[in-house]
Design a protein around this ligand. Sequence first.
Ligand code: PEP
Ligand code: MG
Length: 587
Amino acid sequence: MHIASRIIQATPVAPGIAIGRVKLLHGSGFGNVPVTSIDASRVDSELIRFREALELTRKQIQDLRERLKAGLNEHEAGIFDAHLLLVEDRTMVAEIEHNISASLYGAEYAVHLAVEKFSAAFAAVPDEYLQERALDVRDVGARIISNLSEKVPAAPEYDEPRIVVASTLTPSETVAMPRERVLAFAVETGSATSHTAILARSLRIPAVVGMPREILESLTVADRLIVDGFSGKVIVNPDNATLDAYRLKSREAQKIYRQLSAENALKPMTTDGFVVELVANVDADDDYAAVRRAGAMGIGLFRTEFIFMNPGRLPDENEQFEIYKRLLISAGNDLVTIRTLDIGGDKLSSGILRSEERNPFLGLRGIRLCLRERRDIFVTQLRALLRAGVHGNLQIMIPMVSCMDEVLETKAIIADIQKSLTEENIPFAANLPLGVMIETPAAAMIAGALARQSAFFSIGTNDLIQYTLATDRSNERVGHLYRPGHPAVLRMIRETVRAARKNNIPVTVCGQTAEDMTMTPLLIGLGVNELSMSVGAMPLVRRTIRQLAMRECAALAERALECESSEQVLGLSREIIRRCVPELADM
Ligand code: PEP
Ligand code: MG
């Protein structure tokens, strides 16, 4: 029996509209594993069995990676680098082997125990991106266990193209699906930064997360869904009029996307000749081909914390040097902005931070942690960056700055490192530009002074909004107060831009607002001259910029600064979007 027609508001993570029947996926293949123990005489053969399964797992992941590289692009393939790193992770392998040789568990249960331990460590971190890594660990674990029992999980059967509905979806499951048979993803867990969302966006498969569990449990293969990846709406068993309306909307959206992607080589220039540079946010070290295809002019934000996500093992100087060098070489002459480690507080609680904090968002985070508690990590990272700098066009930026001392101290450390590298006869780039992220109201308010010590500014609106509005960005209970268009936020941006202009340094926005087209007229109207965003969002923002007039955006910004609320601000901005970019206004 079909469940009654109803509309669910989920969270959109990949744009597009899909209409079709349900394909239910259950679990991630990592269910209960029975406890098995072995006799001490079997330890050696059990270790061999485990190592063979591990090797097979490595090969399978490499194959998947190569397949993706051939068919898609480097970025998606890069997701499996994280899986390869896990297979090669000495701490995890040692833990599994210990479970076999010391605790005398059978290999399957030994893997299960280690995976539970490592994934729990990731899941406990109150940072969405790192929490998603728990899923990677489980995904790799499931694969090893399947290989141990010589039973590789089969790709689910698809009789017709369907909407995949699942509680969680791992990257392996996502790419193992026959692409032409998947209309959309509607998933319970995950976020816009989850790997599945990243994959969905690049495969151009609409996706939503946050599907209520009771709906997932009540759906059957006979139910029909509409998934609207623009608004996040999911309509269960729609009536005919709704179906017709969405079919039309879907056809139009597809047409627009085809046109938008054909514009990647066009200059992001307003109708009155103002060029807004578009650069990319990247989290993996090997996806420059995708960046270039999207028409980006470089990398505006490389978040290095993802290099540090292996529990129990920090990347050493050479490892980091190789990663940065590879990225710089692949980017050629394009400018690459690498951010120094931004963890601490909310982003990672164990391994790097030495103690728990009661108020971590206001605690030892980003540059604070690097300068005080973990200067060792900071020096290693800066040495690797300075050395890699000879291989391309690199600039470094520091996160979470709240006072001038932090910039001066960083410069002093860099000067010391340069001295040591010279003494050690190791080549390095001598004059790498050092930029400051404007993420705290304090930094925005002293932007004038900071600008005299900075080669550039990059406004991290994700944090600037949370600190300006005193609204925890990860707490959904105050989500209604997290408002990018708030006049207070706009004033922070204006102060920053003014200071940058006066001191002749460029200013970029690299937070999520850079890819929100409703914010585009406001940001460029305030004088921001570069936007850094995920490559998937770039075509939409490029088209928006190309149909706006700078004159009008500047007037909008002036009016917006005088508004009393973010509703008023966004109302004014939407008016311009509806008039200048009507074809995208509903996206
Ligand atoms: C930001 O705060 O806007 C930013 C880009 O940094 P992150 O999201 O990594 O904190
Ligand atoms: Mg930030």
